[in-house]
Design a protein around this ligand. Structure first.
Ligand code: ZN
Length: 503
């Protein structure tokens, strides 16, 4: 690099480090708000968070940033691969932040906060028409946002880009429809098998403190570093990566042991990803992970491909029985394993099992794609929602609170977010299959309770890279091909065909 380029790069990375610090502070305030903050703190906290967000935006979009980025991008051959990736990542954030006019950002923030409040009321009142005008406004604004960002083929591309950089709607639609074409008849075959699974072993009640202790035992076995993280309780499970040395999991416990246990494993999967980013990427643009489809693959891999597998329970069931001798001492492993893998269509996405879950996502992706493109009107949405639930899941929601009004996403303007959940499931199956090819003893290690070889494989192939590669490139490097549906389908068949006597 020339001395001028070196100096420009040094200045940019200094600005980026300060932006990363601001993000850490914002994340910590967000974590506190969800876990510890007293109820009356909400208004004061909203002001503090808005100020920090404003400072962040002002610093990200300052002219010196744009000038230094333009100079270095025009001089690309002088940079090594990692430096070029850092610059491209910062350029991505800078251009997205500068493309939205301030007036649009303000209108969006106001409309969102009004719409989420009305959505909550409308859901409680089971009253979709009350929410409809606000949803129309949000969709119109989301289209304005997409136009401001720009796109080549599909207006939805510009929104998807926010959550899955580099992904295109047309490709995503193909893999999601492959998932649907497999799952709809598969679910029907499961229903027709008429196998009745006994759920009493998992319904509890199970003592909350003992659930937390067992959860912590599993999280430690996964290799999550509790000196660089912690576990708390909150109303909704989440993971907050303040920075790689401070990664916080939040979970919740109910009588039904599945809620706390698999929620904890899921969030710990996210947490391992945050802890696994290479230390050298700390406080740099590449240190913050952007792809939700990759992030979600890590949580789902641990929750489903590992946590709902027979090898895992061969290792951990004796300890769970010892923790809860009352309810579980006389329940054989096979009975417990069938209960945690129970499949049945239900209305609520976040309570869905692993098989039906992705059909909930496909419904949302198809509908929001049509809404954004103007092929479906808001007034026709509830009917379209119910028709697709009937067609794909075989059930019709009786009221909109357990149907079209159940998720907060649309009221918050989060269009383009839903498909990343299913991309996560597909990537999870693909990463797990690749790890099993690379580590022939993987299953027998898991059966002995040794989860570290898998964790190490994920660090090596996924975590340590941070945001260095676009999702598609990262998946291809780790697994040999981009995200597809076939390994997910093979995984579903291998597990559920024997459980439901389908072969
Ligand atoms: Zn997740």
């Amino acid at each position: 690099m020339s001395p001028a380029a070196t100096e420009n790069y040094r200045k940019l990375m200094q600005m980026a480090a300060e932006l990363a610090d601001l993000s850490s502070a914002e994340a910590l305030l967000g974590w506190d708000q969800e876990t510890k903050m007293p109820r009356k703190g909400i208004e004061g906290r909203a002001q503090v968070s808005a100020t920090l967000a404003g400072v962040h935006h002002e610093r990200l979009t300052r002219p010196e940033m744009g000038e230094a980025l333009a100079a270095l991008r025009g001089n690309g051959t002088a940079l090594d691969d990692e430096a070029r990736a850092q610059i491209e990542d910062l350029w991505w954030s800078y251009t997205r932040a500068t493309k939205l006019p301030g007036d649009l950002v303000r209108r969006l923030a106001e409309t969102r906060s009004r719409a989420t409040a009305v959505w909550a009321e409308a859901r409680a009142a089971k009253d979709f028409p009350r929410f409809a005008p606000h949803l129309k406004e949000i969709i119109a604004l989301s289209r304005e946002v997409a136009e401001a960002y720009g796109y080549e083929a599909d207006v939805y591309d510009a929104l998807l880009e926010e959550y899955e950089p580099g992904a295109r709607t047309a490709d995503t639609a193909v893999v999601l429809s492959e998932v649907k074409d497999f799952l709809v008849p598969f679910l029907r075959a499961i229903a027709e098998s008429r196998k009745e699974i006994d759920l009493t072993p998992v319904l509890g009640p199970f003592d909350r403190a003992k659930q937390a202790a067992f959860g912590e035992q599993v999280v430690r076995a996964m290799g999550f570093d509790l000196d660089a993280g912690r576990i708390d309780t909150a109303n909704h499970p989440f993971c907050s990566g303040i920075h790689p040395g401070d990664v916080r999991l939040a979970t919740r416990y109910k009588d039904d042991i599945r809620v706390g246990l698999f929620g904890t494993i899921h969030e710990a999967g996210h947490g391992l990803y945050e802890q696994g980013v290479a230390a050298a990427l700390g406080r740099t643009p590449l240190g913050s992970i952007r792809s939700l489809g990759i992030h979600e693959s890590q949580s789902r891999l641990w929750e489903n491909n590992v946590g709902l597998s027979l090898p895992f329970w061969k290792a951990f069931y004796p300890s769970l029985q010892a923790t809860f001798p009352g309810p579980l001492a006389d329940v054989p492993l096979d009975t417990f394993f069938a209960a945690v893998n129970d499949v049945r269509p239900s209305f609520i996405r976040i309570e869905a099992d692993e098989v039906t879950y992705n059909l909930h996502v496909v419904v949302r992706f198809e509908l929001e794609h049509e809404l954004i493109n103007g092929r479906l009107g808001v007034d026709d949405l509830p009917e379209a929602w119910n028709a697709r639930y009937a067609e794909y899941l075989g059930i019709t929601p009786p009221t909109p609170d357990v149907g079209v009004l159940q998720d907060i996403h649309w009221s918050s303007g989060l269009f383009g977010y839903f498909p990343t959940y299913t991309l996560g499931s597909l990537n999870a199956a693909q990463f797990y299959a690749a790890a099993a090819r690379d580590i022939p003893s993987l299953e027998s290690r898991i059966e002995r309770g040794d989860l570290i070889p898998l964790k190490d494989w994920l660090v090596e192939n996924v975590h340590r890279w941070g945001n260095r590669f676009k999702p598609e490139e990262l998946v291809e490097r780790a697994t040999g091909h981009p995200t597809r549906a076939d390994e997910f389908i093979a995984y579903m068949k291998a597990k559920y065909e024997p459980l439901y006597g389908l072969r």
